[in-house]
Each structure stands twice: as structure tokens, then as C-alpha cells.
Design a protein around this ligand. Structure first.
Ligand SMILES: Nc1ncnc2c1ncn2[C@@H]1O[C@H](COP(=O)(O)OP(=O)(O)OP(=O)(O)O)[C@@H](O)[C@H]1O
Ligand SMILES: [Mg+2]
Length: 296
């Protein structure tokens, strides 16, 4: 398929959900200009998970935040092309408003700080549903029904009860599920997840990754996963891009990167991860065995 043949139909074409070409981000800092992202190109289609993996400071978050145009305009200079479901968000900074929180949603890294501590889970979810246009603020019944459905989708037990709770009353894993529910409120086609499990206990991580895979299978969502953990990447990815100093040092399908890493850098990432057992047969919590050195 060539991109030029599929530009007309707005939905369910073979056009990538995300197409990034020669993307570059320069950060203006006190110490000078840092090229945090240097000529990066990749794409994500429906139902695919593409992972960017790399050590701390390699430019993963800057790539994700740059694509979402969440970097301060005066401190980050972007170049190259980013097409989100065909919408060029680099040419026109306002174009991102057409897709962010609609076609595309972000799952933030730290569930403990991403939610407001003074508002109930319900009110934060209702707000997301209202912004997504899925129910009006006046229609309490519709808001409640949609919120319950979203919490059910992310396998939160007794959703009606949880809606009344405040963030500090839920565990980290449950809060991350709430954040995923909030991201799903707008029925996005593409999820950007920046280290969605790194703040969580390793046994809880498995459940969240499993949930993302299930959502993807059921709804054909595309996922951009950002992680420093090749253990996470190998479980969830179709393709992996290995990032170092702002550039991709190798790219390939998950098996290729894991079985035949081409660079010493990737081998070092591989050596540092816990190995998970068979995913489908046994709960992750009982199959974790650490074979390599931990990175923390
Ligand atoms: N606000 C900032 N001011 C100055 N430099 C920054 C800023 N944000 C990022 N950088 C620099 O940009 C580069 C890329 O950082 P980035 O946060 O994208 O890395 P990362 O791969 O996401 O790391 P981590 O795994 O720690 O989250 C680093 O050299 C970092 O020091
Ligand atoms: Mg980061």
C-alpha cells in the first residue's frame, strides 16, 4: 500500500494512525540548545503497538510530548512531519486540538499525581465524559451509566462504589486503571502511554499491560508505548524502536530485537530485565522470575 492512494476516506482506511517523519525536537535550555530528538521516523497502524525503548534521558518522553505538542512552544523547536490519522499537527499548531483527547489520548506515567486528590474518581471521570461529548453534564444518569461502563471495561470491581471514592482510597494499580478509563472516555483510536506501569509494583504491571492488550484486541486501538524496560516492550509490542541520545539505533519486530539485538546498547537493555513466564496461562504475579540485574 502506498500512502498517496488512501488520503480520501476519513475512517478505517489503511492510512497509519500515526506517521512520524524526520521528527526533530530542539530544547532551548540555560545550558544551550539540546537536540533531544534527532530525525526520528516511524508509524503506527490500527491494532498495533509500537514501543520506543531507551535509557533515561534518551529522548523518549520528548518524542511523545513533541508528537502531542505538549512541549512549551517557546522552549521546544519542532521540525519534520507528524500526521495523526492524516492530520498534520506539525504544520499547524492548532491542528492538534482536532485530535488530542479525540483520536488520540495520553495515559500519564504516575497515577498518584495525575489525578486530583480533592475530587472523587466519579467527578473526574464525569468531567472526562463530558469533555468527550459522550453525555451532558446535566444528564447525571447518562454520566453515571457511562462512567460505570468505562470502569467495567478496565476491570475495576464494584464500579458504583469506586466512583464515590477519592484517589488516596485506591491502590496504584486501580488508579492506573482509572486513568486508562479516563483516556478511553473519548473512544480514542491511538493511545500514547509514557511509562504507564513504571510507578507500579511489578506484579501489578502485568495486569495493566494485559488490559491494554485486551483493549487493543477488542477495539483495534493503536498504542505508542514508551518504556525503559525491555521486559514490558517484549510483552506488548509489535515493533520496537531502540532510542539512544535522541536517535533510533535499531528498529525491528519484537522477536528480532529480543533474539538478535544488533547493538551492544540493546543487549545491555536486555540484560537488565526480569523475564516473565507464559502470559496467557498463568497470572503474571506467579510467573515472574528475575534473571538479570534490576535497573533500579
Ligand atoms: N525541561 C527540560 N530542560 C532541559 N533539558 C531537558 C528538559 N526535558 C528534557 N531534557 C533533556 O532532553 C533529553 C531527553 O529527555 P527525555 O525526558 O525525553 O528522556 P527520556 O528518554 O524520557 O528519559 P526517562 O526514561 O528518564 O523518562 C535529556 O538529555 C534531558 O536532559
Ligand atoms: Mg521519560
Amino acid at each position: 500500500m502506498t500512502a498517496s492512494t488512501v488520503t480520501e476516506q476519513p475512517k478505517f482506511t489503511e492510512q497509519p494512525l500515526l506517521e512520524v517523519r524526520d521528527f526533530q525536537v530542539e530544547l532551548i535550555t540555560d545550558a544551550g540548545i539540546i537536540r533531544a530528538v534527532d530525525s526520528v521516523s516511524f508509524s503506527i497502524h490500527r491494532g498495533e503497538t509500537v514501543t520506543i525503548i531507551g535509557e533515561s534521558g534518551s529522548g523518549k518522553s520528548t518524542t511523545a510530548m513533541g508528537i502531542l505538542r505538549l512541549l512549551p512552544e517557546d522552549l521546544a523547536v519542532l521540525s519534520g512531519t507528524v500526521l495523526i490519522d492524516g492530520v498534520d499537527v506539525t504544520a499547524d499548531p492548532k491542528a492538534i486540538d482536532k485530535v488530542r483527547g479525540k483520536t488520540l489520548a495520553l495515559i500519564p506515567q504516575d497515577p498518584m499525581t495525575a489525578l486530583s486528590p480533592v475530587h472523587s474518581i466519579g467527578s473526574q471521570l464525569f468531567e472526562a465524559i463530558r469533555i468527550a461529548g459522550a453525555a451532558s453534564a446535566k444528564d447525571k444518569g447518562a454520566l453515571q451509566a457511562r462512567a460505570v461502563r468505562l470502569l467495567e471495561q478496565v476491570h475495576i470491581p464494584t464500579p458504583e462504589k469506586q466512583l464515590k471514592k477519592y484517589p488516596h482510597q485506591l491502590s496504584g494499580g486501580m488508579l492506573q486503571r482509572v486513568l486508562i478509563a479516563i483516556a478511553l472516555a473519548s473512544e480514542p483510536q491511538l493511545l500514547v502511554a509514557d511509562e504507564p506501569t513504571s510507578a507500579l509494583d511489578v506484579t501489578v504491571q502485568g495486569g495493566i499491560l494485559d488490559l491494554l492488550l485486551e483493549l487493543q484486541e477488542q477495539r483495534g486501538i493503536g498504542i505508542l508505548m514508551i518504556t525503559h524496560d525491555l521486559g514490558v516492550a517484549r510483552l506488548i509490542s509489535d515493533r520496537i524502536h531502540v532510542m539512544k541520545d535522541g536517535s533510533f539505533v535499531e528498529s525491528g519486530d519484537v522477536q528480532q530485537i529480543v533474539d538478535h539485538p544488533a547493538t551492544e546498547y540493546t543487549r545491555a537493555l536486555l540484560a537488565a530485565v526480569p523475564v516473565l513466564g507464559p502470559w496467557d496461562e498463568t497470572p503474571a504475579a506467579t510467573t515472574l522470575t528475575t534473571t538479570g540485574a534490576s535497573h533500579d
